[in-house]
Design a binder for this molecule. Sequence first.
Ligand code: NAY
Length: 296
Amino acid sequence: RSKFKGIFTALLTPMHEDGSIDFESLSRLVEHQISLGITGFYVGGSTGEAFILTTEERKQVLESVVKTVNGRVIVIAHIGCISTMESVKLARHAEELGADAVSAVVPFYYKVTMKEIREHYETIMSAVPLPMLVYHYPGATSVSLTMDFYTDMSSHSQCIGVKFTSLNLFEMQQIRALCHERFMIFNGHDEVYLSGACAGADGAIGSTFNMMPGPFIQMHDHISTAQRPDMSLLQSLQTEANAVISHMIQYDVIAYEKYILYLQGVLRSPKVRQPLKQLTDGERRQIDDFYRNCAL
Ligand code: NAY
């Protein structure tokens, strides 16, 4: 379990100008990220545009990442779909490929109760023996999870924790206080990484790590190794990251990150898939100006 404690990039899916997947840029991004020292990848999540890829494409992206990684860092495969059966199929595929763990978003769209949500996870876990990470992102799913759900999940030895993409850090702290200590919490909103670590997060899975993993790796390393963490150092690292994030959130997050990586020469195109919003020429110029004067 301790191998999962760290900084995981919620990997982008690079695309060509026509919207098809650019596997060459994907491999380049993976290599670039490994060279910068990330702990692993969260493949096929929200940042990876998974819900607007075909099932076949989701499989191809995971295949490509597992092949490029070749065991050097950890791969968590997001296999969640709103259908339990489809999630199981993708989980089996992830297992065949040798992914280290699977993660599934809470089933959304159809309004089901906690009982069905629990059964959704139990069915996937009984079909595939890989460690499971619950993916909580109420801003996108509108699904709230109860503390009873978390404590039940934490008593399941296969369920290793939750990717907690919410700014409600009181809830995060309650999970830490009430769940089994082996139940890990991954902070999901990068702008509160440091606050999440104080509330008990063991690590983080974030999209901004695609373009700036540095401050997060430094914060994580410092928190995990320092006998007396230097709060002013940690605050200055979070502030450095948030200067970029506060600019980024004025735009579409995925398009922005792809554009920065395009400027850095890692991606060949900043294209996002329809119906996501592409950056306009005017927005690109504004980001160019910001990029020239920031620490990225
Ligand atoms: C995912 O599955 O890709 C994620 O949830 C990654 C986490 C990101 N969340 C979203 C919704 O994009 O990195 C965060 C987020 O972009 C960042 O904190 C800015 O709000």
